[in-house]
Structures are given as structure tokens and as C-alpha cells.
Design a protein around this ligand. Structure first.
Ligand SMILES: NC(=O)c1ccc[n+]([C@@H]2O[C@H](COP(=O)([O-])OP(=O)(O)OC[C@H]3O[C@@H](n4cnc5c(N)ncnc54)[C@H](OP(=O)(O)O)[C@@H]3O)[C@@H](O)[C@H]2O)c1
Length: 298
């Protein structure tokens, strides 16, 4: 995209992928193979698309991958025994269980069962604890992708007021945590806003860096952002449109109205989205390297 305000996630993902290609080659030079196993339970169309994309990303990097398709009505104990089998399989470096899971399965129990050294999503409490304490093993994919975008475009976070809109375990909470860590690529002053927060617009309009992750189309308008701020739009929302599919994807930010006021902004699509899978690939290689007691070139 030509507009110099646009933070182009596709470009950053390409640059990360180049780094990952070197890491894959480095591991191959040490005769180390990498393998990611993805478990998909049921037939949710969106989950199928995500899983296919993950397999394709592995293929592009020559990382072995396998998708295990399990029926929607699978019993919890059957899924548990599959994960236990993968935990003990030395050829499996990363295990990812695609969420959401059907109601008969306790999601928390499944996440906690995955060997933390194979938890490439960074959902296991041990890995979240490591992250919070400032000694991460791997990083949660979407927030890590956002930090990569900021780093690539040399957007300094130190001392900035970062407002994170949303407090999910997948995006909002880890994002806030990563931004407040005591290191040069964080060191921000962080405010977290959620559905029970009061005076949301006055909080967001004080943000030097605003990260919107609430899943509400066009929620953030121009009155909610500060002049010259950086806006990161994580949202992916379907809105009805006169297209072949009958819809188009939009973010949580009203892009057209916000664009003139901000200094930088991620588009949807083409902003944060492409980064999430790139960071999953990074986590897979980090897991491989750690399991083999070797340090990856950066
Ligand atoms: N680009 C990517 O790769 C990627 C990855 C993950 C997610 N996403 C997208 O990012 C969005 C958020 O995902 P998520 O998984 O974090 O969603 P989520 O689990 O539904 O969490 C949404 C968060 O937003 C808060 N919220 C909802 N309505 C609000 C309002 N009106 N005012 C203030 N806060 C509000 C909720 O507050 P409460 O906690 O109080 O309920 C919650 O903390 C979705 O559109 C999702 O599709 C994109």
C-alpha cells in the first residue's frame, strides 16, 4: 500500500519469513527436523481455513506438519489420549489444538495437558507465567506479531501510553503484559480497557499507541483516537457487503475516519492478520531448538 501511514503486515511477515528460512536451514545443517501437529475437532469452517493456512505456512518453510481431524462428537478422554501420545512422541515438536472446542470438552483441561515445551500457542499456564515474569519460552502469536510490526517500523514504545482495548487471554491480556515488560522493546505505560470500563473514549484518546482487540466492527472512531497516535487494529469482523461472498472483513477501527488523524495504522485485512501465523512458525522453531538444546540465529 502506498500511503506512508500504513503499517503493512504482509511486508513484515515476509521479512520474518526470511529470518525463519535461515533458522530452518540452520536446524537442517544440524540434522534437526521440525514438526508441528495441529488437532482440529469438528467441522467449523473458519477453523478449517485457519488450520489449512497453518499447514501451508509450514510447507512454505519446509517444516513438517500434520493435521489430525477428529469428529465433533469425540469424547474428552479420546482427545486426552491423543494429546498424551503426541506429548511422548519425540518427532512432534509443536502441538496446537485449534480452538474453540465442542462443549463436551473442557478447553482449559486440554490446554493444561499439552507439554509446555510443545505449546507453540503459548496458552499453557506455565508459559503464561514465564511470560508474565519476564522470562518467556515462546510468545503468544498475535501480540508477538504486533510487537514485530512496531519493531519493523521503528515505533518506540518506551515511556509511551499504550491502551489495549480488550482483555482476552489470546490477545488483550498478553499484549498488555508484553508492553509493560522491563525491556527496550516494551517499557510502555499500559491501560487495559474492557466491556466494564467507564469513559472508554477518554482513555483511548489519551493513547500514544492504541491496540483494538474487541471484535466489534468499526468501534473506534476518530473521536476516540489522539492526533498523531499509532493505531493497531486486531479485529476481524464480517460485515454484509455487495461482494461475491456477501460480506467483507473489517477491523475494530473505523479506518477511513481514523486515518487522517493518526500517524500510523494497520489495515484490515493485511495488518496484524498475516503476522499471527508467521509468529506461530517462529514459536515452532523456538520449540525445536530448545528441545534440542541449541540457540537459533536471529
Ligand atoms: N488478526 C489476528 O490474527 C487475530 C487473532 C485473534 C483475534 N483476532 C480478532 O480480534 C478480535 C478480538 O479477539 P479476541 O479473541 O480477543 O476476542 P474476545 O475473546 O471476544 O474478547 C473481546 C474483548 O473485548 C472486550 N469488549 C467487548 N466489547 C467491548 C466494548 N463494547 N467495549 C470495551 N471492551 C469490549 C471484552 O470485554 P470483557 O472481557 O469485559 O467481556 C473482551 O475482553 C476479534 O475480532 C478476533 O477475530 C484477530
Amino acid at each position: 500500500m502506498a500511503n506512508d501511514k500504513i503499517l503493512d503486515g504482509k511486508e513484515v511477515a515476509r521479512s520474518v519469513t526470511e529470518r525463519l528460512k535461515h533458522q530452518v536451514q540452520f536446524l537442517k545443517n544440524h540434522r534437526i527436523n521440525s514438526k508441528l501437529v495441529v488437532i482440529l475437532v469438528g467441522n467449523d469452517p473458519a477453523s478449517r481455513i485457519y488450520v489449512r493456512r497453518k499447514g501451508k505456512a509450514c510447507e512454505q518453510l519446509s517444516i513438517s506438519s500434520e493435521t489430525i481431524f477428529l469428529p465433533e462428537n469425540i469424547k474428552e478422554k479420546e482427545l486426552i489420549s491423543k494429546i498424551e501420545e503426541l506429548n511422548h512422541d519425540p518427532a512432534t515438536n509443536g502441538i496446537l489444538v485449534q480452538l474453540p472446542l465442542p462443549p463436551q470438552i473442557d478447553e482449559k483441561k486440554i490446554i493444561e495437558l499439552i507439554d509446555p515445551t510443545k505449546d507453540v500457542d503459548c496458552f499453557h499456564p506455565v508459559n503464561i507465567g514465564r511470560l508474565v515474569s519476564g522470562h518467556p519460552y515462546v510468545l503468544p502469536c498475535t501480540p508477538a506479531g504486533i510487537l514485530e510490526i512496531l519493531k519493523y517500523y521503528r515505533i518506540d514504545t518506551e515511556g509511551k501510553h499504550a491502551v489495549v482495548l480488550g482483555r482476552s487471554n489470546i490477545v488483550g491480556k498478553p499484549m498488555a503484559n508484553m508492553l509493560l515488560q522491563k525491556n527496550p522493546s516494551a517499557n510502555a505505560t499500559v491501560t487495559v480497557v474492557h466491556s466494564r470500563s467507564k469513559h472508554i473514549a477518554s482513555l483511548t484518546s489519551d493513547a500514544d499507541i492504541l491496540i483494538a482487540a474487541i471484535g466489534k466492527a468499526h468501534f473506534v472512531n476518530s473521536e476516540m483516537v489522539k492526533e498523531g497516535s499509532v493505531v493497531i487494529d486486531v479485529g476481524i469482523n464480517r460485515v454484509e457487503a455487495d461482494t461475491e461472498k456477501g460480506y467483507r472483513l473489517v477491523g475494530d477501527v473505523d479506518f477511513e475516519s481514523v486515518l487522517p488523524k493518526v500517524s500510523k495504522i494497520t489495515p484490515v485485512p493485511g495488518g496484524v492478520g498475516p503476522m499471527t501465523i508467521a509468529m506461530l512458525m517462529q514459536n515452532t522453531l523456538t520449540a525445536v531448538a530448545t528441545q534440542n538444546g541449541i540457540l537459533l540465529p536471529q
